[in-house]
Design a protein around this ligand. Structure first.
Ligand SMILES: [Zn+2]
Ligand SMILES: [Zn+2]
Length: 309
């Protein structure tokens, strides 16, 4: 991975840090499953979060079960020439491999019962390939229909596994050409959230996390992740007493007066196990608060569709 000089906007520090971090942690989904399970305890949406722990467990099984498909050399060349994301969520020709990932996710959920879900899972498994690809296209484009709602978390989960696996197989040089700061340099998807990291080179730096392929890319703090302004950015929080609740203290909504959007920012310095996807779903109350103030959320969570909760 290239190590360009990155300036952290919150201080005058200049350091060497990776601009892009590919999703090569082999335990990524296992760690997310553990976080979902931890957050589910005593939570008003505990049943949903526990179900998502099973989904993430299925993602972990799927993730290790098969290898990435080689990308055509022409795709990588074109991406370099035009500064385009090499695995564009909209343009990438998905291999049917992701259907196997979906089967693993569904199997993990079925294995633990969850009788209320059987109808949705039956419907999902009865879809022919054309219909399934159409649902996937809508999930990726953010245009899922009401009738897709119950299927979205499973299709979204399988697509995450597939795109993360493909992303992890890229070389650093393959992803260094797309410099649109507000979308994923690998797949062009908006971030689910941003996270202030701990540990080694990334410590205290803010990374945006792709909602789809889980790639992370650096952006200065106190800068809008949607329109890139550093004016009119402010933070909203649910934590009345930060000392009393580490999970709540670790999350804020970064809201921008210029473009009227927001995205959550998680701080690993306050809760080391915080996960951008799991903690996002565990803090939907913050979304409600910020929505009420007239801000629209700028990035999706592919494990959620309004009506699935
Ligand atoms: Zn991505
Ligand atoms: Zn903005």
């Amino acid at each position: 991975m290239a190590t360009p000089i990155v300036t952290d906007g919150s201080t005058d520090r200049v350091r060497e840090a990776p601009r892009v971090v590919l999703p090569d942690n082999p335990r990524l989904f296992e760690e997310r499953a553990a976080r979902f399970a931890q957050l589910a305890g005593g939570h008003p949406m505990g049943a949903y979060l526990a179900l998502m722990a099973q989904v993430a467990g299925g993602q972990q099984s799927a993730s290790g079960a098969r290898a990435a498909q080689p990308l055509p050399a022409r795709t990588v060349e074109q991406s370099r020439s035009f500064g385009m994301p090499p695995l564009s969520a909209q343009g990438h020709q998905r291999a049917p491999l992701w259907h196997d990932d979906l089967r693993d996710v569904v199997r993990a959920v079925r294995a633990d019962g969850a009788p209320a879900l059987q109808t949705a899972l039956d419907r999902l498994q009865a879809l022919d390939d054309v219909s399934l690809e159409a649902v996937a296209d809508r999930v990726l484009a953010g245009t899922a229909l009401d009738e897709d709602a119950a299927l979205v978390p499973f299709v979204g989960a399988a697509l995450q596994v597939y795109f993360a696996r493909q992303a992890a197989a890229l070389a650093a040089d393959d992803v260094s050409h797309c410099d649109v700061a507000t979308i994923c340099p690998v797949c062009g998807t908006r971030p689910v959230a941003s996270i202030v990291r701990i540990g080694a080179a990334q410590a205290s730096l803010r990374y945006l996390v792709c909602a789809l392929c889980q790639t992370e890319w650096n952006m200065a703090r106190i800068q809008c992740s949607s329109c890139e302004t550093d004016k009119g950015v402010h933070y909203l929080s649910l934590a009345a007493d930060e000392a009393a609740d580490a999970t709540q203290a670790a999350v804020k909504a970064e809201a921008c007066d210029e473009c009227k959007t927001y995205l959550k920012i998680f701080n690993q310095e306050k809760a080391a196990l915080v996960d951008p996807v799991a903690d996002d779903l565990a803090t939907l109350a913050l979304d409600l608060l910020v929505d009420e103030q007239g801000f629209a959320r700028s990035g999706p969570n592919l494990l959620f569709h309004p009506g699935t909760g």
